[in-house]
Design a protein around this ligand. Structure first.
Ligand code: ZN
Length: 260
């Protein structure tokens, strides 16, 4: 996958491409927005584009111009999705790309994970131009991890980029937020979602794509990854039971319930 295949986040992606084109990459970025709208995919593909060895990768845009002197165009920037760097990033085996997630019963990002990350970032990139650390669900940094992470932000390792991902930026420490360049991700409009879902659903089903567009609140990843219609049906069942109307004929038309 590459930037060109990410749907509905053109604004965020154009900012990121601009950074690569100008070779001015912020040390720390905060990707903020609802769950399921493409923040992780964008972060991963940013890492790919930065280190890509192919025709559209960051390797060729290091001084704002392409190799050979032609003017760089942000539209040209993207991962090739084929070179060793791109394929390793996809397989989570690139030695310069790190992904930190909440772990354990408490679902938190711990101080030891941050210390380990700091250690990894302290070395020069092994094969890429950049070391990229993606901190997923960054709002789950616990207290001591947050303090340790502040130090990471204040003393950036050379040629390293931190990407924090969150759907709840407001619960993060203000001191962490203020040290990151924020990029907002927004849900897709329902009519655009409907169009895109129609294209992607195996059997184009207009009613189903309309329903999914509304149920997923403009979050394409959410609409495609989860069986929202089944989830809705389960909710109806619970609703029926709550009302003590479990007879099969209690509600002949489910759409009728939707209007309740
Ligand atoms: Zn590549």
């Amino acid at each position: 996958m590459a930037f060109r295949e990410i749907i509905g986040q053109e604004k965020a992606i154009s900012i990121l491409k601009g950074c690569i084109m100008k070779n001015r990459i912020p040390h720390a970025m905060l990707f903020a927005g609802d769950e399921g709208i493409g923040k992780r995919l964008t972060a991963l593909n940013f890492a790919k584009a930065l280190n890509c060895r192919g025709t559209g990768g960051g390797d060729l845009f290091s001084a704002g111009t392409k190799e050979g002197g032609a003017a760089a165009d942000a539209g040209d920037i993207d991962a090739c999705d084929r070179c060793p760097s791109c394929t390793k990033t996809d397989r989570a085996s690139h030695p310069d790309v790190f992904i930190i997630r909440p772990e354990g019963d408490g679902g938190q990002i711990t101080v030891s994970a941050i210390r380990q990350l700091e250690e990894s970032l302290s070395y020069k990139p092994f094969e890429g131009r950049w070391k990229v650390a993606i901190i997923d669900n960054a709002d789950r940094l616990n207290q001591s991890a947050s303090n340790a992470f502040l130090q990471t932000l204040e003393e950036p390792a050379p040629r390293s980029i931190l990407i924090l991902i969150t759907s709840r930026p407001d619960v993060m420490l203000a001191t962490i937020r203020s040290r990151c360049q924020r990029i907002n991700f927004t849900p897709l409009p329902v009519d655009l979602m409907q169009e895109l879902l129609k294209e992607r659903l195996e059997k184009s089903d207009s009613d189903k794509s309309t329903l999914l567009s509304v149920l997923s609140g403009g979050r394409l990843g959410h609409a495609l990854d989860e069986n929202l219609i089944a989830q809705r049906d389960r909710s109806f069942e619970i609703f029926r039971r709550m009302l003590g109307r479990v007879e099969e004929d209690a509600w002949d038309d489910r759409d009728e319930i939707e209007m309740v």
